[in-house]
Design a protein around this ligand. Structure first.
Ligand code: SF4
Length: 360
């Protein structure tokens, strides 16, 4: 049986200063929902995404107004910009000329060969990659006729068709996505793709749903792939503020040890021994550690019965005791704090540890 091509074995493709593929790093991306021609709104949205930890951002480019906004957007942001185009090669050329760091377009959908060549040559001249986006919902008629309905084999065949067009033009800076809203179909398509070619894979479960259901579907599907070493960049698609997509992606990568500098929260499930308002404390601490760039484990426990002992592995934590909290470090209590000050004290300790980590 053919082996999966692990992400370290994939081709390394540059997107601005970021490299996708060729290492174990999984790059987090998202897509804006503002109208791209509204530069102010798009830039503001990208800034929020940047702050949340988005490493590469994509904007839709449905018309010339959007394509013409690219240079101004580029000037005002700090992360690489991907421009998403369907069919129209003129939009692709305009986006590339305007400074796009990557374009998403399926070469097989562009039309005549001269048009494809024009786009590929422009991308080559600027040294930017092209992402081929295979989507189970929009497979070529020829492939659907052959397989009867969207299948993983059909999706791989579609990817190979687009890849071949680029390879024939000696273009190899390719990233491929194999999206489907059916979780099992997406898993199978990505698995097959990773056994078939070594271009880095952009992971996603498309149209996965709301913050709640989409998070579960994405984590279920993409978790299986990440655990097999498949996927070099990830986009969680949610019907929600895209900042939520970044939070989910970060948490998912943390679960697989793929976020090197991120803090993790351990919080107890609560039970009848609970002594503090644990749920709101855990949520506040979780929000706070989003911005911490250090591999810290922070524990929040409802009582001191098993408290510090239960969380020996945590770097810092708090356990509730009647009306107060025990602040502990590596399983040893360091001091008691009144319940009202607990969260603030914990935040201070987290900052201290993060600073110590930075000095190292
Ligand atoms: Fe219950 Fe305390 Fe364990 Fe939380 S830490 S689950 S409150 S025993």
């Amino acid at each position: 049986m053919t082996q999966v091509i692990h992400r370290t074995k994939t081709r390394a493709v540059k997107v601005g200063p970021i490299t996708i593929g060729g290492s174990d790093e999984v790059i987090i991306q998202s897509m804006t929902m503002s109208k791209t021609h509204d530069v102010e709104a798009t830039v503001a949205e990208i800034k929020r995404l940047e702050e949340a930890g988005c490493q590469v951002v994509r904007v839709a480019c449905p018309d010339m107004r959007a394509a013409e906004a690219i240079p101004e957007i580029k000037k005002q942001i700090n992360i690489p910009l991907v421009v998403d185009i369907h069919f129209d090669y003129k939009l692709a050329l305009k986006a590339i000329e305007g400074g796009a760091d990557k374009i998403r377009i399926n070469p097989g959908n562009i039309g005549r060969r001269e048009k494809v060549e024009a786009v590929v040559n422009a991308a080559k001249a600027k040294g930017i990659p092209i992402r081929i986006g295979v989507n189970a919902g929009s497979l070529e008629k020829r492939i659907l006729d052959k397989y009867g309905y969207p299948t993983a084999d059909g999706m791989v065949e579609s990817a190979l068709h687009h890849i071949k067009i680029l390879e024939d033009l000696d273009f190899h800076d390719i990233i491929v996505s194999m999206k489907a809203s059916d979780v099992r179909l997406a898993i199978e398509a990505y698995e097959k793709a990773s056994k078939t070619f070594d271009y880095p894979l952009h992971l996603g479960i498309t149209e996965s749903g709301t913050l709640f259901s989409g998070t579960i579907k994405s984590a279920a599907g993409l978790g299986i792939l990440l655990n097999q070493g498949i996927g070099s960049t990830i986009r969680i698609s949610l019907s929600a503020d895209p900042v939520e997509e970044i939070k989910v992606a970060k948490e998912l990568l943390k679960s697989f040890g793929l976020a090197a500098n991120a803090a993790t929260l351990i919080s107890c499930p609560t039970c009848g021994r609970i002594e503090i308002d644990l749920i709101s404390i855990a949520n506040e601490v979780e929000e706070y550690i989003q911005k911490i760039n250090a591999p810290l484990k922070i524990s929040v426990l409802g009582c001191a019965v098993n408290g510090p002992g239960e969380a020996k592995e945590a770097d810092i934590g708090i356990a509730g005791a009647r009306g107060e909290g025990l602040l502990f470090r590596k399983g040893k209590t360091i001091r008691k704090v009144p319940e009202a000050d607990m969260v603030e004290e914990l935040k201070k300790e987290i900052d201290k540890l993060a600073a110590e980590h930075e000095e190292k």
